[in-house]
Design a protein around this ligand. Structure first.
Ligand SMILES: Nc1ncnc2c1ncn2[C@@H]1O[C@H](COP(=O)(O)OP(=O)(O)OP(=O)(O)O)[C@@H](O)[C@H]1O
Ligand SMILES: [Mg+2]
Length: 592
């Protein structure tokens, strides 16, 4: 309190609002001079008129301190996923609050499953999400590059280079990096060459299912090509059009591509046929049940006859519903809602196969595949609404029964049915197949590839260093840092493979200097090689997205010089051992 008395001992009589305002600024000024850096704190002078600016429990950090904490948090996140990069990377075992275990090496999944709290660290999770949504692969790389860009920026901040200069430099560097990538990329012909399979194999090389990658890559290529549509000489494909179902049991090698849709549901009644050929399918978005009224109604039944009539009426209504379906000639009913037991019985009597409570997204896929229309009101169903498939059949998969709809009218529909020894393997296989489908889509839509193994990162880095020399002043430093940051990828791949990063990196730099654009580290053999000859290829769009996401996120984090966090809402007292950290703010952000 010793540094405050100058104002504290002043006796102030307010005569006007203006004087009050002056006093307020005086408080802020003295407050800002406090040595502990608390500055604009939640209260003004003790003993004087309190000036409350922030709520009690709020926390604030700013200037270099804020930058430092944010960068530190982001670096920690990057460090966490580093060891899982590349084919020799390790997996992570994540246990959530319910005790559910996930084993994965997928960057996005790791960060999603970790319950991250720090706001800057959360931005790293966003980087992985954006990368996943835009390109589908390269999430680990994007997070590592962001971490490294920030780490290099921190060195510059320490040397008193202003954040704005760094940001400008980074933006310039990223534009140049994109140009370099575009120039060095190899254009491919998807129809004649098997690059789609190669990129899929590269993306699966670093996953648990790597052993089966050739088989799974083939299957994924077929799946994407089946759903891809050609428009004006260009392909367009939607990964969501490929339905993925999973069931533990057998081995990953038993994963199958089914030309049609597979539903994780059985036929709803044991009396129904389990197999219908030349299926005419009614797709319903309405229930085959007696709807309950919204208001309570009481019916007084005075005699057994009345009771019987009442039940009969219900039965007739259900029979009517089924009759409408029979009339239009349907022999299969696929329903999004419920089907009453009685209605099931009537359907079975008519030899109709019915499946109920199908997911909305699946019904939509079925409509696309079978050419049917989803019927919302049974009264309006017509024969034209029915979809067609060669075969609808219930089959046993593992312990469960699933319904297969094959030979659909539209050949667009495919399902990958994933099998694997345990649930964890099946889950990881699903994630890996998702990555594979995404990279195939990427390369089908933009048919350009780059070789992997850190070769593109090193080449871009080399060219950026040259570019930096043409720039004046401090921006040069920022572009150089950007270039150096990209080297983290070959370096991490090398480290994860247990090789010596210094030797390998010097060799790589030397070979790139000699003009070997595709010199990279082939981690399986442990040697520096021409990666374009090893079959390790990745879509250009994945690499471009990495540059974009990493630059944007790192610049965003760098631009923050003030973190003001509101105090948390008071929660009821928790038992000892649990609860919030004292003060309520985010840990590591300084408390006032
Ligand atoms: N045989 C190989 N030799 C060297 N590097 C390889 C090889 N196969 C793949 N890579 C490299 O591994 C990296 C990809 O690793 P990984 O799939 O673990 O991470 P990611 O794609 O960035 O993230 P995620 O797959 O988790 O979304 C790429 O840089 C790729 O070039
Ligand atoms: Mg990958």
């Amino acid at each position: 309190m010793d540094d405050e008395p100058e104002i504290e001992h002043l006796k102030i009589h307010f005569h006007s609002g203006f004087q009050k305002t002056l006093y307020f600024y005086a408080v802020l000024f003295v407050d800002a001079l406090k040595e502990d850096g608390t500055g604009l704190s939640s209260q003004g002078l003790a003993g004087g008129v309190p000036v409350l600016v922030l709520k009690e429990g709020s926390s604030r950090s700013r200037g270099k301190e804020a930058q430092h904490t944010n960068i530190m948090a982001a670096k920690i996140v990057a460090e966490t996923v580093k060891s899982s990069l590349g084919p020799k990377g390790m997996d992570k075992m994540l246990v959530d609050s319910f005790g559910d275990v996930t084993i994965t090496s997928d960057g996005r999944t790791i960060l999603d499953e970790m319950d991250i709290q720090h706001p800057a660290a959360k931005m790293m999770v966003e980087v992985a999400k954006t990368q996943d949504n835009e390109a589908g692969d390269g999430t680990t790389t994007a997070v590592i590059v962001t971490g490294e860009l920030l780490s290099k920026a921190e060195d510059l901040v320490e040397k008193n280079v202003h954040a704005t200069i760094i940001i400008d430099g980074y933006k310039k560097a990223s534009e140049r990096a994109l140009e370099v990538l575009e120039k060095m990329a190899i254009p491919v012909d998807i129809e004649k060459q098997d690059y789609a399979k190669k990129v899929a194999m590269t993306s699966m090389a670093s996953k648990l299912v790597a052993e089966h990658r050739e088989y799974l890559a083939d299957m994924s290529v077929k799946a994407i090509l089946a759903v891809a549509e050609k428009e004006g000489g260009k392909y367009k494909a939607d990964v969501d059009d490929v339905k993925v179902e999973k069931k533990s049991g057998e081995s990953t090698q038993e994963t199958k591509l089914i030309q049609g849709i597979v539903l994780d549901k059985d036929v709803s009644h044991s009396g129904m046929p389990k197999r219908v050929e030349k299926a005419k399918i009614a797709l319903l978005d309405c229930s085959l049940e007696i709807e309950k009224t919204e208001f309570d109604a009481k019916i007084n039944i005075e005699s057994p006859d009345q009771m019987e009539a009442f039940l009969k009426q219900e039965e007739d209504m259900l029979r009517d519903m089924v009759e409408k379906i029979v009339k239009v000639g349907a022999n299969v009913v696929l329903c999004e809602k419920g089907i009453d037991d009685m209605a099931q019985h009537f359907l079975a009597r008519k030899g109709i196969l019915a499946v109920r409570r199908i997911k909305k997204s699946d019904v939509e896929k079925l409509a696309k595949a079978t050419g049917g229309k989803i019927v919302t009101k049974l009264d309006s169903i017509t024969a034209a609404d029915l979809g067609y498939a060669n075969l609808v059949e219930e089959r046993k998969v593992g312990d469960d029964k699933m319904t297969f709809i094959e030979g659909c009218k539209h050949p667009l529909a495919v399902t990958i049915l994933i099998r694997g020894a345990t649930q964890r393997i099946v889950d990881e296989a699903e994630r890996s197949i998702h990555d594979a489908l995404c990279v195939i889509r990427d390369v089908v839509e933009e048919p350009k590839v780059v070789a992997g193994g850190g070769a593109p990162e090193l080449e871009v880095s080399r060219q950026l260093k040259k570019y930096a020399e043409t720039l004046p002043g401090r921006e040069q430093l920022a572009v150089r840092c950007y270039a150096e940051a990209l080297e983290v990828i070959p370096m991490t791949l090398t480290e994860n493979a247990g090789l010596d990063p210094i030797d390998i990196l010097s060799e790589l730099r030397a070979r790139h200097e000699k003009g070997e654009t595709w010199a990279g580290i082939e981690v399986l053999s442990g040697k520096v090689q021409d990666m374009s000859k090893t079959g390790v290829f990745e879509p250009l769009s994945v690499k471009k997205q990495i540059i974009k996401s990493a630059t944007e996120a790192s610049c965003m984090i760098l631009k923050i010089d003030d973190v003001i966090a509101a105090g948390k809402m008071r929660t009821p007292p928790t038992p000892p051992g649990g609860g919030m950290p004292p003060g309520g703010g985010y840990p590591g952000m300084g408390e006032y």
